[in-house]
Design a protein around this ligand. Structure first.
Ligand code: EPU
Length: 337
């Protein structure tokens, strides 16, 4: 076997919360073959296998007895280019933001609004990452995944992935598929997505913004509000923005006229979870090293030595309080182990 399995490895460098738990068995996979070898090894050793990407959507609350397989494959290829529509394929282990920057360097439009999102290419479709009016589903051209039940490779189309807000077919079938590579339909000419107010404001002085200008604007907006995991452990938005009935949204608005809510196609309303959490008084809260970011209430942070359990307890307190005050259930975004 070419991949090396190590014992008792700290996962601190491999999760963006910086939580110090150990994996009893840990290996990095740089190719399809290594993924297969490691899964076969886990099967013969009777170990469950946990496949991770950049670890930016994980809350680790205990040592992991499974074989942790970190996807570390690399490679970016142009699959087709008709002068307008360009299909690019990237291996699962490629880091997301450098990949976005590579596409921008090639003059390609499509991923600029998704700049500076932590994590890897392979993890991006799992929860249909999104920001500033664009989700991965908007530029998705397909992916190849390994079926852990049969060992077969399968190509998935947009329809197969059944993407929804921070959700996909893969998220609903945890442990079944390993995403190996993802394809994106980009463009040399497409229009930019500037519907999000702060992005437009930031570009006000530029007459004909390029995709690179949009990317820079988005990086600067994100840097203002979202902590850099290299400096302060976090997993981005910790809760999804809850979608509630129009009736409930109205009832909340009567008590709280400042409610931030976005109408959905079917009459439901998506509420800004950060607003609810801030109104409930949690913004800037800190208990030991577990806290709520002072500039963005939707982001839980690890000031250094917080355990996953402490962060999980804090999350549960926030969920209980928001349910009590507003009758709204908050769903966690990161996967809990
Ligand atoms: N708000 C508050 N207080 C806060 C935070 C937010 O009142 O502490 C209000 C803001 O004033 C604003 C509204 O809530 O009116 C929405 O805030 P923001 O635009 O910052 O976006 P968000 O809903 O907090 C979502 C995504 C982010 C994405 C941004 C921009 C989710 C769960 N989060 O955040 O995604 O970057 O929109 O599109 O959908 C992530 O998923 O990890 C993530 C960072």
């Amino acid at each position: 076997m070419s991949a090396k399995v190590e014992s008792q490895v700290s996962l601190k460098p491999y999760n963006s919360f910086g939580i110090d738990v150990k994996a009893r068995h840990f290996a990095q996979a740089t190719s399809d073959d290594e993924v297969r070898q490691l899964l076969a090894y886990a099967a013969t050793e009777d170990l469950p296998a946990l496949v991770i990407g950049g670890g930016s959507n994980l809350l680790l609350t205990q040592d992991i007895t499974a074989l942790v397989i970190r996807m570390n494959s690399s490679g970016i290829h142009l699959l087709s280019d008709d002068g307008q529509r360009v299909v690019v394929e990237a291996e699962a282990g490629e880091a997301w933001h450098p990949f976005v920057q590579w596409t921008l360097e090639q003059g390609l439009v499509g991923l600029e609004n998704l700049s500076l999102i932590p994590g890897t290419v392979g993890a991006a479709p799992m929860q249909n990452i999104g920001a500033y009016g664009v989700e991965i589903k908007d530029v998705f051209a397909g992916l190849t995944a390994l079926d852990r039940q049969t060992g077969d490779l399968r190509d998935f189309t947009l329809e197969d992935c059944d993407f929804a807000y921070r959700d996909s077919y893969f998220k609903r079938k945890p442990g079944r598929w390993v995403i190996l590579r993802v394809r994106f339909a980009l463009s040399r000419t497409a229009a930019l997505h500037l519907d999000y107010g702060p992005v437009r404001q930031r570009l006000a002085g530029i007459e004909q913004p390029t995709a690179k200008d949009v990317s820079e604007a988005i990086c600067s907006i994100r840097r203002e509000k979202l902590p850099d995991p290299a400096e302060l452990g976090n997993a981005g938005s910790f809760f999804k923005n809850p979608v509630v009935s129009g009736v409930l949204a109205e009832r909340i608005r009567e008590q709280h006229p400042g409610l931030v809510a976005y109408p959905q196609a079917d009459g439901e309303m998506k509420l800004a979870a950060g607003w609810l959490i801030e109104q409930a008084g949690w913004k800037g809260y800190r208990d030991g090293d577990a806290g709520v970011h002072a500039l963005q209430a939707l982001v839980l942070v690890n000031y250094g030595q917080a355990s996953g359990e402490q962060l999980h307890e804090l999350a549960q307190k926030i969920q209980d309080d928001v349910l009590d005050r507003f009758g709204v259930e908050l769903e966690m975004e990161p996967n809990l182990y």
